[in-house]
Design a protein around this ligand. Sequence first.
Ligand SMILES: Cc1cc2nc3c(=O)[nH]c(=O)nc-3n(C[C@H](O)[C@H](O)[C@H](O)COP(=O)(O)O)c2cc1C
Length: 156
Amino acid sequence: MNLKDAFSCFTTGVTVVTTHAQGQNWGMTCNSFNTVSLEPPLVLWSVRKASFSHEAFVSAGHYCVHVLAADQQDLALRFATGTQNERFQGLEVQSSSLGAPHLPGVLAWFTCRTQQVVSAGDHDILIGEVVDFGGKPGYGLAYAQRTFGVLAAMDS
Ligand SMILES: Cc1cc2nc3c(=O)[nH]c(=O)nc-3n(C[C@H](O)[C@H](O)[C@H](O)COP(=O)(O)O)c2cc1C
């Protein structure tokens, strides 16, 4: 097992992070999202420096994290490949309070103002302050070992 395989054993949720920069919408699937602090409300995620949208996410100064629901595997795949135009094609998005596109049907969302960008190897960690959020009841999409799933409660 190589390091990437070992890292992939850690089960995560799945998010799509969006922003608006350089006159267009940007979005990418991300499982490095994590909560950091309640007071003040802070979250983080990391963006690969070599990705096309890296510059847009770092320069925008804001982003919106969408926690995908269990039935949104199609969105996870859509926002991991193709051009930005293809990713947003046919989706009904609304503008979040800071201007990032807001995706429909998600389990939870967090609109964030970027507070700090920390360079860490081949990724930048974007720490953001949550300025607005929302959500609905339901199950989230899970991801481990390059496979999507849903977390089910164990029999007690
Ligand atoms: C489940 C999943 C999670 C991902 N998590 C991240 C992540 O946390 N950070 C990241 O930079 N890329 C992540 N990726 C890869 C990006 O989604 C993909 O490389 C990106 O959409 C490339 O777009 P771009 O080069 O056009 O910016 C993930 C992909 C998948 C399928």
